[in-house]
Design a protein around this ligand. Structure first.
Ligand code: ADP
Ligand code: MG
Length: 520
């Protein structure tokens, strides 16, 4: 659906074009008209589908720029999200000169007080810091007409709920309330609707997965190891048409450049590329001129290609629906597919969430050793040699060949040929991928059931894990504002429940000869 059809002003349409958005995403197409019409809305769609603009655009449309009061409040669970959201709203409201400010814990409050004095029409903030400003009377919310709880499933969960209630007490009863989230469990929805009036629940369904055609593996790997491990898998698995999904645009660039440096036929797409360039890359991929496509979730939207053999989740997606969406790119039209998901030790909870949704256990794979990767490359090289022999007019080279055989050992000649057609040398090219903020630890309360335990001793590291970051200390700052940083401990060992859904898959996934570590 075109943004033009949604009833937005010229200023906003221009900003949308500037942002490079061609078409409204489904959640945007459905919720923008509702929000414009004053409806309370629960907007549910998987991560990366543009929920921010889904509320930002109608909010920007509705605020009165000549009114100096705060008219819209967006509450975010983390400071990173708050900043990102403020940036997006600011960007979209640039042409209409909307004043959008952000407040979050762990930053100089005086600066924020100053920026709040500038009469923002829209304020984005984390709960703790918002309350801080409310108590200091540096933020007045009595003219707020629109409230958004972003990542609403988090915001309405136990750890935040008291804060949210305290904030809502400051708002006029007569207001529009919106919840946006990737997931909306019924018990959370029940809490949410108490703050709403006759809400409409818009739920964009993620695509279903035909799981029996897809072999789903996971690889435990630290973030900094992923790139080397992935290229080894490429060498061992020799995938034909591959999509690598990653979380950020920067990673798309770094990974696609790194792959090219190591001799792979790869390119990346993300929202910052021109539409022309994106189309060009997609066409190359579609016609097999490109082996590996590196993409963000959003950029890969609309990718509709039937012959994708492998999907690599370089970064595990934050919500299970995105996983289904990504992996659904392979195993299509009756063809067999393989998915590989890299999981850092602290992200195991996300893996279990995915398995719950797909009802299939992913099989753990051990990263191939350099030797195994080399063996894989040799296999490919041998095929290449067979091809070459087929293509070669032997007669033409007969004399030269004979004289070479006089001069050199046949084995040496063959080895040199193999060396020439393998890209082994490139595996030494160092590639550095900039670390990204890891996903917050996941697990605990929201999934019901008492606690998370391993099903017996295996070789995983890590101590017990409780989601104590949600409760406890209520003084000062936002408890979760730091979660992106606080959870940087990769060795944290996320104890997750080994549920027994899906049963154990056969160990037969190794037809291509890579190592499968047995589940214990
Ligand atoms: P969500 O909140 O659903 O996880 P975001 O709002 O963070 O998703 O959007 C993800 C990315 O998609 C952002 O980089 C955003 O700029 C981009 N985006 C949003 N709407 C569109 C659109 N209509 N077309 C292309 N990209 C979009
Ligand atoms: Mg969002």
């Amino acid at each position: 659906m075109k943004f033009k059809e949604l009833g937005l002003s010229e200023d906003l349409l221009e900003a949308v074009t500037d942002a490079g958005y061609e078409e409204a995403t489904p959640i945007q197409a459905e919720t923008i008209p509702m929000v414009l019409a004053g409806q309370d809305v629960i907007g549910q769609a998987q991560t990366g589908t543009g929920k921010t603009a889904a509320f930002a655009l109608p909010i920007l449309e509705k605020i009165d720029k000549s009114n100096p009061n705060v008219q819209a409040l967006v509450v975010s669970p983390t400071r990173e999200l708050a900043i990102q959201t403020q940036e997006e709203i600011y960007k979209l409201g640039r042409h209409e000169r909307a004043n959008v400010q952000v407040v979050y814990g762990g930053a100089d409050i005086r600066r924020q007080i100053k920026s709040l004095k500038n009469h923002p029409q829209v304020v984005v903030g984390t709960p703790g810091r918002l309350l801080d400003h409310i108590r200091r009377h540096t933020l007045k919310l009595d003219h707020v007409q629109m409230l958004v709880l972003d990542e609403a499933d988090e915001m309405l969960n136990m750890g935040f709920l008291d804060d949210i209630e305290d904030i809502i007490k400051q708002l006029p009863e007569e207001r529009q309330t919106m919840l946006f989230s990737a997931t909306m469990p019924p018990e959370i929805k029940r809490v949410g609707v108490q703050f709403m009036q006759d809400p409409k629940h818009v739920k964009i369904k993620a695509k279903e997965l035909t799981t029996d055609l897809i072999d789903q593996f996971y690889v435990r790997s630290r973030d900094f190891e992923k790139f080397d491990v992935m290229t080894r898998f490429f060498d061992v698995q020799d995938p034909d048409l591959t999509i690598v999904f990653t979380r950020t645009k920067r990673r798309v660039d770094e990974i696609s450049n790194g792959l090219q440096a190591r001799g792979y036929n790869a390119a990346g797409i993300h929202g910052d590329l021109t539409q022309k360039r994106r189309t060009q890359i997609m066409n190359e991929f579609r016609h097999g001129k490109l082996d590996i496509l590196v993409a963000t979730d959003v950029a890969a939207r609309g990718i509709d290609i039937n012959d994708v053999t492998h999907v690599y989740n370089y970064d595990i997606p934050q919500d299970p629906d995105s996983y289904v969406h990504r992996v659904g790119r392979t195993g299509r039209a009756g063809k067999h597919g393989v998915s590989m998901t890299f999981v850092t030790p602290n992200e195991m909870g996300y893996l279990r969430e995915i398995e719950k949704l797909t009802k299939v256990r992913m099989l753990p794979l051990k990263p191939p050793s350099a030797e195994e990767a080399f063996v894989g490359q040799l296999g490919v090289a041998k095929e290449a040699v067979a091809d070459l022999i087929n293509k070669t007019d032997t007669e033409k080279y007969a004399d030269a060949a004979k004289s070479l055989l006089d001069e050199y050992d046949a084995e040496d000649l063959a080895a040199a040929l193999l060396n020439a057609v393998t890209k082994d040398d490139n595996s030494q090219v160092p590639v550095k991928i900039t670390p990204e903020r890891p996903l917050p630890k996941r697990g605990g309360k929201r999934h019901g059931g008492g606690g998370y335990h391993h099903g017996g001793g295996n070789n995983r590291r890590g101590g017990g894990y409780h989601r104590s970051d949600r409760g406890g200390d209520r003084r000062g700052g936002d408890r979760r504002d730091n979660r992106g940083h606080g959870s940087r401990n990769h060795e944290g060992g996320n104890r997750s429940h080994r549920s027994n859904n899906g049963g154990r898959r056969s160990e037969g996934g190794s037809k291509r000869g890579f190592t499968i570590r047995k589940k214990d």
